[in-house]
Design a binder for this molecule. Sequence first.
Ligand code: UD1
Ligand code: PEP
Length: 442
Amino acid sequence: MAVDTLVVSGGTPLIGEIAVRGAKNLVPKAMVAAVLGDEPSVLSNVPRISDVEIVGNLLELHGVAVSTGATPDTLVLDPSSVEQAASPDIEVHAGSSRVPILLCGPLLHRLGRAFIPNLGGCRIGDRPINFHLDALRQFGAVVDKRPEGLYLSAPKGLTGARIHLPYPSVGTTEQVLLTGVRARGVTEVTNAAVEPEIIDLICVLQKMGAIISLDTDRTIRITGVDHLGGFIHEALPDRIETASWACAALATGGEVFVRNARQVDLMTFLNVFRRVGGEFQVTQEGIRFWHPGGKLQSLAIETDVHPGFMTDWQQPLVVALTQATGVSIVHETVYENRMGFTEALVRLGAQIQVYSECLGSTPCRFGRGRYLHSAVVAGPTSLRGAELQVPDLRGGFSYMIAALAAQGRSIVRGTGIFQRGYENFLTKLEQLGAQVEPVEKV
Ligand SMILES: CC(=O)N[C@H]1[C@@H](OP(=O)(O)OP(=O)(O)OC[C@H]2O[C@@H](n3ccc(=O)[nH]c3=O)[C@H](O)[C@@H]2O)O[C@H](CO)[C@@H](O)[C@@H]1O
Ligand SMILES: C=C(OP(=O)(O)O)C(=O)O
């Protein structure tokens, strides 16, 4: 069972080594891709996180045989008996992850119908699914929205479509990929997202027999095929977890070697890390991140789609910026409501003010609303322990970093959510010398 409250005694630099495994934002989607094949697939480098467990359970409910492969971090997914499960069973997974929406295309191809329970995921904005549904309708799907979830059918099958995304949505690009690969004819999606996890998903689909090309202008073209086989694939490492530990090393004045971290997926992050004053060394085995001593520098940054600075890196970085000298500006342009976590950091002693204006160099979609999506962080500030309630996955991690950097004791509640994206979170903290104690009730 997940530990839900941690008592953190801060003020000690994190020093040591941890390892990351496959990306949370790829592994469950590669598992969904396996449904499209008519042979078993083998996925390795699978982390033990709850999103993997949830999607594994969902796939089993649809008749996919999910088992452990040759090593404990390998999954074998056999879709040869895919069938539609009764909706009450599937509803158990309502509100637990965002990945179930990606089952639409694969289930429609395999069964002609699908039931998708209401989605979960972090509450960092409204997170509508209108782009997904518009795209599915363009393929010929009929969507019936009910309180318990989505019922979909494809009375005439699914046909390739020309889809323009109003915004380069990661999930919708994946939706189009997972639907287009088996649709009749050609699908073209413009303004597509090209995050490394999407490229890895394309690699998975290509191994299965799909024909997918990516143009320089972020147009993805998919030629539908009649049949897909299985895949053997090692998931790319988690670049969000890597950046989280890097920020923890910087904010606590420590040094962390992240085994398996891959430079190519982290280039933008590494540039920012260096601009703030952090140092890193890339090796064959991973990346070492450390605080070199002396002052950290403030900066102005905005989150963006890849290859921009990823929104999921933003919250941990903000904590590191509380230790930088001068005024930093952070403009969140991907989600309208991802700055709420700063309120608790202020209680720890951080000087952060949030604004509804776009404080970055480029105005974003949220500038005309009343969304507090820009932050001004003044530093350096000494942080002191406090009681904290985890708001979401990355916001929660940023609270942990702040608590570890702060003098004194913090009580962090709601830490069970870390299971969604940080494998063996507590063990890793212990490996880095953090003074953290799980408690039943405080
Ligand atoms: C499981 C997973 O991979 N989650 C990641 C994925 O989320 P997810 O795929 O949900 O994020 P999207 O890229 O789709 O969302 C980006 C923006 O598009 C908007 N939007 C999206 C879909 C839609 O139908 N309508 C709409 O308006 C969203 O509200 C958001 O403002 O990409 C995000 C952006 O890199 C990451 O923060 C998440 O960690
Ligand atoms: C926002 C995130 O994930 P999800 O889309 O699964 O909520 C995240 O990983 O930070």
